[in-house]
Design a binder for this molecule. Sequence first.
Ligand code: OAD
Length: 256
Amino acid sequence: MPVQEQINLTRARAWIEESTRVVILTGAGISAESGIPTFRDAMDGLWARYSAEELATPEAWQRDPALVSKWYEERRRKVLNCAPNAGHLAIARYQNWAKEQGREVIVLTQNVDGLHFRAAKQVNAPEDAIIEVHGSLLRWRCTRTGNETTDLPEPFERHPLPSKFGGFLRPGVVWFGEALPEDAVQRADVSTRNCDLFISIGTSGLVYPAAGWVFEAQRHGAKTLEVNRDPSQHSSEFDLSIRGMAGEVLPSLLPS
Ligand code: OAD
């Protein structure tokens, strides 16, 4: 690792040692090493084959619910066949360490793959400190009643699946143009205003409101740290930005 990155890592470790209320924002980059494509990587990004507008919007669902249902079922099957990587596990172990120290580490994830929960289960970390701000591929919702279920056939017999409440089952994810779940926004607002350290991992910082939470944390006096493979939209605004792969950096950065 280049000398400058070593220096940055040492500084970041010192910040983490002295922080008691930490928010970690994660994006698709933390799941990349689990084999899940990110959104905007040119080569294998999900959008490389489709445009977001064709699939991840209420209009796309209205226009062709079968296509949207097929694409999300394909993504759901892929994530169920993937496993949490060293980055997810390092965060879960850090949450355990923090809990023993009476400190708080909240994970706000933009990812819908459920891997933070699976990592938490693997190391008995607190699951109530993981907030899926863009919903989850594993939960599907009745279009008529809003009732959610994770109990789904393998594979789907038809697209879209009828719900038992008289509607159809849509993926329980936030589409472009939709509001984030109210409770998630509430948890994010409170935690970003009260944290003393905000860590952003594996996100391009392009989609709001999540991309703005670093500024909320800064306005309330938090130190801000980024761990990202490439420069993101706001890398220069972070107090410290470490270039690297989450699965390599996090195990040496986070206490366990
Ligand atoms: P992106 O694909 O926009 O960005 C992924 C980021 O992760 C990039 O900045 C990469 O440099 C970085 N990255 C890739 N591999 C990495 C690794 N191994 N370690 C560390 N960093 C790595 O994905 P997001 O920022 O998560 O929203 O996208 C944000 C939102 O845009 C998604 O939640 C989704 C999408 O539209 C909705 O669907 C509502």
